[in-house]
Structure formats: structure tokens, C-alpha cells
Design a protein around this ligand. Structure first.
Ligand code: HEC
Length: 139
């Protein structure tokens, strides 16, 4: 009786050990997946790419895709959104001014409050890249 009981216990122990060993062998593949994730934050961290997307999403609706101040949301506005392509205007303002109106909005520089502020854009590199896009229409 005692012998049988022991044999059973040993068998169960070996069976459990074998099972656990198999699980440990299967573990490595799932841990390999995190290696692919670091590339995503690297892409979204590019300020120029980010500015291009923000420009399309937030500026083109008013200022237009070609900087003519004629975006679909400009119709009801008075004064009209600035024509970035206006070379005289380009020459009359400096870069700091453009960055300021982008960040703080029209009201902050004595212009129409219809020109919105963008307080969530905390990265100066993104603001600067947006300014560069505005400048590119005057060339
Ligand atoms: C809701 C419409 C609207 C949106 C969205 C908008 N703007 Fe404007 N923006 C205006 C209007 C209107 C003016 C003209 C203000 C004035 O002349 O008083 C203006 C003027 C400007 C000026 C020129 C200021 C001057 O001295 O004449 C710049 C530069 C500018 N916007 C940049 C941007 C950028 C960059 C974005 C996107 C981040 C943007 N705007 C989004 C409406 C908009």
C-alpha cells in the first residue's frame, strides 16, 4: 500500500515537471514581439513630418492647400485668412512673429481672433517647422 502510494506521487511529480518544462520552452517567442515596437515612437517624433500633418489638419481648412487664404472654412471669415503667397506680407513679418501667431493666435498679436491659437503644440521644433511651411509659400 505504502509503495503504491509513493510510486503514484513520483509519477505525478515527473508529469508536472515535464509539463512545466514544456511551458518554459514555449515562452521565448512571445517575448520577441516588443523588439518591433520602438520604431513607432521614432517616426512620430519627426517635427517636420508632424508639422506637415498639423498643417493639413489645422491650417489648410482656412488658409488653403496652396496658401491663397481660400480654404473651405474661409468663406464666412472677415478678415480673410492670410494669403501666405503674398510676397509683400512675407517681407513685412519676421519668423518670431509667425511663430507667435501660430502659438498664441491672432488676438495675441492684434489680429483677428478667428486665427486660432494652438496651445497644445509645446515642441518649438514643430512650431518652427510650421513657420517654415508658411514661409515656403512665399518663395
Ligand atoms: C479658423 C480659420 C483659421 C485657421 C484654422 C488658421 N488660421 Fe491663420 N489666420 C486666419 C485668419 C482669419 C487670419 C487673418 C487675421 C487678420 O488678418 O486679422 C489668419 C492669419 C494668419 C497668419 C498671418 C498673420 C498676419 O500678420 O496677417 C499666419 C502666419 C497664420 N494665420 C498661420 C496659421 C497657421 C500656421 C495655421 C495652422 C496651425 C492657421 N493659421 C490656422 C484664420 C485661420
Amino acid at each position: 500500500m505504502k509503495f503504491h502510494h509513493r510510486a503514484f506521487a513520483v509519477t505525478v511529480t515527473l508529469w508536472l515537471a515535464g509539463c512545466g518544462g514544456k511551458k518554459a520552452d514555449e515562452a521565448p517567442p512571445p517575448t520577441a514581439t516588443p523588439e518591433t515596437t520602438p520604431t513607432a515612437p521614432a517616426n512620430s517624433g519627426d517635427p517636420v513630418a508632424k508639422a506637415k500633418q498639423i498643417f493639413r489638419d489645422r491650417c489648410v481648412p482656412c488658409h488653403g492647400a496652396s496658401g491663397q487664404g481660400d480654404g473651405p472654412a474661409s468663406a464666412s471669415l472677415n478678415p480673410k485668412p492670410r494669403k501666405y503667397a503674398d510676397k509683400e506680407w512675407q517681407a513685412s513679418v519676421n519668423d518670431e512673429y509667425i511663430e507667435k501667431i501660430i502659438k498664441f493666435g491672432g488676438a495675441a498679436v492684434g489680429k483677428s481672433p478667428a486665427m486660432p491659437n494652438n496651445p497644445d503644440l509645446s515642441d518649438p521644433a514643430v512650431i518652427s517647422a510650421l513657420k517654415d511651411i508658411v514661409r515656403s509659400f512665399g518663395k
